[in-house]
Design a protein around this ligand. Structure first.
Ligand SMILES: [Zn+2]
Length: 276
């Protein structure tokens, strides 16, 4: 789910299927929309010499797409060993049960309701399927159950909807909370500063080769929006819809319902911090 402002210098249009890093390959799902950009990025991640792959976010319940993901894994001489979810939004997770059926794999996610199999997923977990090293990084804020996956061997992080390849994301209030989201962005920034992460593999939009720049842009964007919302409230705009019409006046109206979720999250944050 996107919020409007575009990342400076990012290309528009679809560029995604086949993109990635040495270990991660994108298969683009055919579900483009204002909220999903070019569609959902399903990621296949595998060690070069391994016969097993991990699939992150099978995507919507679209049999053609799910079968395409399986075919791409098999074409590389592998089979799917495990399915992971970055979060439970349907454009990422709706196809997971069917994908698990097609591949005979377990589904691991933070939210127990999304899991298939015995194992959960959370802070500190390291996925080692097929010799891979994928570290689970909790990044709540877009939703409460949002996770990112750090792929140290490629200096990359798979961010789901926490950081997108283009534009900015929605803090999906009330499940998503702005304070959590800012903490998550700082956690991702520390991966870029301290842990050698330079590449963002997002849940929508193109791969980003300046991970630190992208995270800094997101932090600056959130600070700007928060200041705009605070000013709007001081100027007498009270309800979330009033604030959206004022602050997001230059944004396509099809995105206003999503913007309203982010504004609710911002109003909550300002209230909690005694700022309005
Ligand atoms: Zn989402």
């Amino acid at each position: 789910m996107t919020d409007a402002a575009s990342l400076p210098g990012q290309p528009r249009g679809g560029v995604l299927s086949g993109q990635g890093t040495a270990r991660a390959t994108c298969v683009l799902a055919p579900n483009p929309s204002p909220m999903t950009l070019d569609g959902t990025n399903t990621w296949i991640v595998a060690e070069p010499d391994s016969d097993r792959a991990v699939v992150i976010d099978p995507g919507p319940l679209d049999d053609g797409h799910l079968r395409e993901v399986v075919a791409r894994v098999e074409a590389s001489g592998r089979r799917v060993g495990l399915t992971l979810l970055t979060h439970g939004h349907p454009d990422h997770a709706e196809g997971a049960a069917r994908f698990a059926e097609l591949t005979g794999t377990a589904v691991r996610a933070l939210d127990p309701a999304l899991r298939l199999g015995d194992e959960g997923l959370g802070a500190g977990d390291v996925i080692g399927t097929g010799g891979l090293e994928l570290r689970v990084v909790p990044t709540p804020g877009h939703t409460a159950d949002s996770l990112s996956f750090h792929l140290p061997a490629d200096g990359a992080v798979l961010t789901g909807d926490t950081v997108l390849g283009r534009g900015t994301t929605v803090v999906a209030h009330p499940d998503g909370r702005l304070g959590d989201y800012l903490d998550s962005l700082r956690r991702l920034r520390s991966l870029t500063v301290d842990d050698g992460v330079s590449t963002v593999l997002p849940g929508h939009g193109p791969v980003l080769d300046d991970a630190q720049g992208a995270v800094e842009f997101y932090l600056a964007h959130r600070a700007n929006r928060l200041a705009q919302v605070e000013t709007a409230v001081e100027n007498g705009y009270r309800t979330a819809s009033e604030v959206v019409a004022h602050v997001y006046a230059d944004v396509d109206r099809s995105l206003w319902p999503a913007a309203e979720l982010s504004v609710r999250a911002q109003l909550e944050y300002l209230g909690e911090h005694g700022l309005v």
